[in-house]
Design a protein around this ligand. Structure first.
Ligand code: 5RP
Length: 289
């Protein structure tokens, strides 16, 4: 039986002390549910408001890409330096220690390899995301592609399930060979993702007008690194994207294919979280290397 008598009286009501107003630190998510905010704050550093995600989901479409032949050798040593990782469930279960304890962006759509044009993508089951304790579900969206409607439907369905269980949805804009990665296209693609329920959006950086892409997207944007560039150029892309308002990077090849991947991810983090310029970050890279 719970005690009903002899209890200490509650008398610390803070009368006249205003209730503190809380506001969430990530763009466009003030009205998101608690679970979504909790998971997003695992992915995005609360001090800088930004994230360095390490993407190594390439194998689901490209097979054993350079740098990803042996995840245990190339990626596991990088894990401690990433704020979050993005990978498929197969690699997560087979290669990533469950003691890793950092937020997982789970590759949530599949259906085509590099041997084919993008086609009929499916999504996996939300039960898997819950079982794997995913912090977000990453959905490929092909705006302007032949399977545009199908991939938007996948995004909508994922956002519905994500809202039901408090799991964020990451809209990943795929750019087919026939589409130009300019600000006009990227603004359309990122905005469509946000309007259809993406909690945050991953896209590519473009030299001209990227600040407008970011401004017109009501939720945070992170950029993919794309094909391997010389390290100083990849750091410059990261620097310019952050200067233009990106909330972080979700980089793969430019980290794990770098001459020294650990030095590279540390240099990228210095740009994203500590405000280093690309020149300073490249110096840091060379020092660490
Ligand atoms: C593929 C992806 C990749 O994760 C993404 O492209 C990031 O890797 P990289 O920096 O190598 O481009 O989302 O659809």
């Amino acid at each position: 039986m719970a005690d009903a008598e002899g209890l200490k009286d509650a008398d610390n009501y803070g009368i006249n002390i205003p209730v503190s107003k809380q506001s969430y630190y990530l763009k466009g998510l003030e009205h998101a549910d608690w679970g979504i905010k909790d998971r997003m704050s695992r992915i995005f550093n609360k001090k800088s408001g930004k994230t360095v995600m390490l993407a190594f989901d390439h194998g689901y479409i490209m097979g054993p890409t350079s740098g990803l032949e042996r995840i245990d050798l190339s990626i596991v040593p990088l894990l401690e330096h990433a704020d979050s990782i993005m990978c498929s469930r197969g690699i997560l279960r087979s290669c990533i220690p469950p003691t890793f304890n950092k937020p997982i962006s789970l590759r949530f759509s599949a259906g085509t390899t590099i041997l084919n044009e993008l086609n009929d993508e499916c999504i996996i089951d939300v039960d898997e995301a819950i079982r794997l304790n995913a912090s977000c579900m990453a959905i490929m969206v092909s705006i302007g592609g032949k399977y545009e409607a199908k991939t938007i439907r996948n995004l909508v369905h994922t956002a519905d399930m994500g809202n039901k269980y408090g799991i964020p949805t990451l809209g990943v804009t795929a750019v087919g060979t026939e589409l130009v990665r300019d600000a006009r296209y990227l603004s359309l693609a990122t905005r469509v993702c946000a309007e259809n329920g993406a909690t945050f959006v991953k896209t590519y950086y473009c030299e001209e007008g990227f600040e407008k892409v970011v401004a017109a997207c009501p939720v945070p944007i992170v950029i993919a690194g794309g094909k391997k560039l010389p390290e100083n150029e990849a750091l410059e892309v990261a620097y310019k994207a952050i200067s233009d308002g990106a909330s972080g990077v979700d980089m793969g090849r430019n980290v794990f294919q770098a001459e020294n991947p650990i030095a590279m991810i540390k240099a990228v983090k210095a740009v994203v979280h500590d405000g280093l310029t690309s020149i300073q970050a490249f110096e840091l890279y060379n020092d660490l290397k």
